[in-house]
Design a protein around this ligand. Structure first.
Ligand SMILES: [Zn+2]
Length: 115
C-alpha cells in the first residue's frame, strides 16, 4: 500500500539523500501505476525518483534532468520493455539492452535513448 497511490509511497519517490519530496509526482505516479498493471502487477522498485539539485549533481544527472521536476523515475533493468513503457504513456524512455531503465512524463516531444 502506498500513500501516493495504491502501490507507491512518498518515501519511494523521495530524494535518496535527503528523504525530501519537493515536487508534484502525481502525473508520474499515475503512469507508474499503469506500467505496473501492464507488467502483471509485479512489484516495481523505484531506483531513483525526485532529486534535489544537489543530489542530481552528485549522481551526475543531466543539467535539466526530468528527475528535478518529479517527472522521472529510474527502474530496474529486466522489469519493463521499451514497448511496455511506451504503452504506459511515458514520453521519455531511456533503455539498456531493450529494457526501460528511465521513464519520464516530460512536457515535449517523445525522447528515446540508450545507456
Ligand atoms: Zn533517470
Amino acid at each position: 500500500m502506498g500513500d501516493l497511490s495504491p502501490n507507491f509511497s512518498r518515501r519511494e519517490l523521495a530524494d535518496r539523500h535527503t528523504g525530501e519530496l519537493l515536487a508534484d509526482v502525481s502525473h508520474l505516479v499515475h503512469h507508474l501505476e499503469r506500467l505496473r498493471s501492464i507488467c502483471a502487477d509485479r512489484p516495481l522498485e523505484i531506483v531513483s525518483g525526485w532529486r534535489s539539485a544537489a543530489t542530481n549533481r552528485k549522481v551526475g544527472g543531466a543539467l535539466l534532468s526530468q528527475h528535478l521536476y518529479g517527472r522521472a523515475a529510474d527502474i530496474p533493468s529486466g522489469y519493463a520493455t521499451v514497448a511496455q513503457a511506451n504503452e504506459a504513456g511515458f514520453i521519455g524512455i531511456g533503455e539498456s539492452t531493450g529494457w526501460a531503465v528511465h521513464v519520464d512524463v516530460r512536457h515535449g516531444p517523445p525522447a528515446r535513448w540508450s545507456y
